[in-house]
Design a protein around this ligand. Structure first.
Ligand SMILES: *Cc1c(COP(=O)(O)O)cnc(C)c1O
Length: 358
């Protein structure tokens, strides 16, 4: 389509890590780079050695936070390297860019560039159970000027990090969730629906507080009434109420997860009823008391599905399904990861094989 991307070879390749990879600790030999300035538009797409970059101390991204990112994974099975719904990530990065008055990118061009990068790095894609190559595209403002306005210059990079299985040896592990009632993550009209760096900066304090109290993650309530559930840390959230799958409807302050969207499609195909609507925190505790809240799980690229075993809100703590992953949770996890790995049929064309460019 756009031909081969320019390639700057490095002198020596790194040693590949062995053993426990963790998350986001190791980076491959190369990254994809694309620059923008107001006169030329996006230009100079190239694969370059992974290395520190020079930025102006006045780079606007550092001062005023014009910075967005994405996260997706490449998997290797039987020697084949596969991306999962990457088109959705590039669509979403454009929504995020638009919200911060940053220039949109050519989704096709980027996907082609990413495939070429991953092809170059295919030896870095780990093949162990649950392991993957985590892919982090991001864009930030680079113009060195302190005036408060949209930057005229930007840099886009895609870096790659071989990562370990989220659950270590286990298939699924439950988490303890703290319902945050002091801080909020996002409000409608703000940037909650966009994958912007600042959303994470704003969430760290609550996350640390929850950790200190012995919880893994924070569940965010809506920023206005603090009555309705929005999402968990960096995941969307699902509940099984009366056998139905319930998840908060996208409302402008919730991040529209690609895992969320895929889970909804799969659940419907599996014959479950799915409701996207406002979900009150009080409603959940009432349903729990009636024995109707049987499963809770988060969804996101990192864990795919993360079952919730404990939910703490104000002075109440409830234990969901004896602190074990529920039946529907397990079914959805197996189906989703089965499609990702190629063990189950990919009816939707979600798997995108990375070709060998040579
Ligand atoms: C990325 C993200 C998610 C999950 O999105 P996926 O596309 O499923 O990985 C959920 N919430 C927040 C705040 C996020 O940043």
């Amino acid at each position: 389509m756009s031909g081969k991307v320019k390639f700057e070879q490095r002198d020596t390749l790194k040693e590949k890590p062995e053993g426990n990879l963790g998350f986001g600790q190791y980076f491959t030999d190369y990254m994809l780079s694309l620059d923008y300035d107001a006169d030329k538009g996006w230009h100079d797409l190239k694969i370059v050695p992974y290395a520190p970059i020079e930025v102006s101390p006045a780079a606007q991204g550092l001062h005023y936070g014009q910075a967005v990112f994405e996260g997706l994974k490449a998997y290797k099975h039987n020697g084949e390297v596969v991306l999962f719904r990457p088109d959705q990530n590039f669509k979403r990065i454009n929504d995020s860019l638009a919200r911060l008055e940053m220039p949109k990118v050519d989704e096709e061009l980027l996907l082609d560039g990413l495939k070429q990068l991953v092809d170059v790095e295919r030896d870095w894609v780990p093949e162990g159970e649950g392991q993957s190559l985590y892919i982090r595209p991001f864009v930030f403002a680079t113009e060195g000027i302190l005036g408060v306005r949209a930057s005229h210059q930007y840099k886009l990079l895609i870096i790659l990090s071989p990562s370990g299985a989220y659950y270590g040896g286990d298939t699924l592990k439950t988490t303890k969730i703290y319902v945050e009632d002091e801080y909020v993550r996002a409000v409608r009209g703000g940037v909650g629906f966009a994958k912007v760096a600042g959303n994470y900066a704003a969430s760290l304090l609550a996350q640390t507080n929850a950790n200190q109290l012995g919880y893994d993650q924070v569940l965010w309530l809506d920023g206005v009434e603090r009555k309705y559930v929005e999402e968990v840390g960096s995941m969307n959230i699902f509940f099984v109420e009366n056998g139905k799958l319930v998840t908060p409807a996208l409302n402008g302050s919730i991040l529209p997860g690609i895992t969320r969207k895929s889970i909804i499609e799969l659940a419907k195909e599996l014959g479950y009823e799915v409701e996207e609507r406002k979900v009150g925190i009080d409603e959940l505790f009432e349903a729990y008391d009636k024995g109707e809240l049987t499963e809770v799980f988060g969804s996101g690229t990192a864990a795919v599905i993360s079952p919730v075993g404990v939910l703490k809100y104000e002075d109440r703590e409830i234990v969901i399904n004896n602190n074990e992953p529920g039946e529907i949770t397990k079914k959805l996890y197996d189906t989703y990861t089965g499609i990702q790995s190629g063990k189950l049929e990919d009816k939707h064309g979600w798997r995108v094989v990375v070709p060998e460019y040579k």
